[in-house]
Design a protein around this ligand. Sequence first.
Ligand SMILES: Nc1ncnc2c1ncn2[C@@H]1O[C@H](COP(=O)(O)OP(=O)(O)OP(=O)(O)O)[C@@H](O)[C@H]1O
Length: 261
Amino acid sequence: MNSSSIPSGAVPKMTARKLNLFYGEKQALFDVDLDIFANSVTALIGPSGCGKSTFLRCLNRMNDTIAGVRIDGKVKLETTDIYDRSVDVVQLRARVGMVFQKPNPFPKTIYENVAYGPRIHGLADSRAELDDIVERSLKRAGLFEEVKNRLQEGGTGLSGGQQQRLCIARAIAVDPEVILMDEPCSALDPIATARIEELIDELRENYTIAIVTHSMQQAARVSQRTAFFHLGQLVEYGDTEQVFTNPRETRTQDYITGRFG
Ligand SMILES: Nc1ncnc2c1ncn2[C@@H]1O[C@H](COP(=O)(O)OP(=O)(O)OP(=O)(O)O)[C@@H](O)[C@H]1O
C-alpha cells in the first residue's frame, strides 16, 4: 500500500464545499466537502451510482455539458472559484485535464493527438517547440519509446493500453495542474492496467490526481487519500491506509469487506 500521507498544514489544490448536484429533479450529490491535495493521488470509491463520476466531473465542469444539471456549493482550484462567471471553461479544462474510462484518441496521428491541445492553447511558438512538447509529453506518459518511429501513424492503431497512455500524454501536453481519471483502467487487461498504475504513481510527482475506481485493490495500490461515497454522500475521507485498515464509519467497513456494493 502506498501510504505517504499529506503533510500537516498542506494547502489543498482543490476544495469542494457544500456541493450539491441535481440531474433535473434527482439529487446526485449531497453537501459534499472534500479537499484534494497536490502531488498526491486521491481515489474516489463506492458502489455503482453513488456519485463518484458526478463528483469528479464537477472538478472541471464537465457536468456543464449535460442538460438539466444544477449545481450549488463551491469548488475552488487554489483560490479560483471555478463556477464563477468570469472563468473560461476551456482554460479551466487545460488546468484540470481529464482521462476517460474508454481510451478515446482522436482519429488523427499519434503526433497530432498530443500536439492538438498545445496548438489551440498557443503553447508553442515554433514547430521545434511543438515537437519538444510532444516528445516530453509522450515520455512522461511512458509511451515515447514504443511510438517514436511511428509518430505519423494513427493513434487508434495502438493497443488499448497504449491508447490510454496516449490520452494521458494528450492531457499532459497542455501542462495541467490536476488530472482527473474516470476508471482509466476498466477497459484494459491486467498488464496494461499495471503499466497505467505505475504511471499514475510517477505522475503524482508533478501533478495532482483524482481517480474514480471500482477496484478497491487499485485504490489501495495507487492512492494516498481515499474518499468513500455512498448514495451521493461523502461518507468517509482519509489516508488510504486508514480507510482500508481502520475505517471510522460502519458503511465504509461494510463496503470494503464486501458486505454491499
Ligand atoms: N446524465 C445523467 N442524467 C441523469 N442522471 C444521471 C446522469 N449521470 C448520472 N446520473 C445519476 O446520478 C447518480 C450518480 O451517478 P454517477 O455516474 O456519478 O455514479 P458512479 O458512482 O460514478 O457510478 P458508476 O460506478 O456506476 O460509474 C446515479 O443515480 C445516476 O443514475
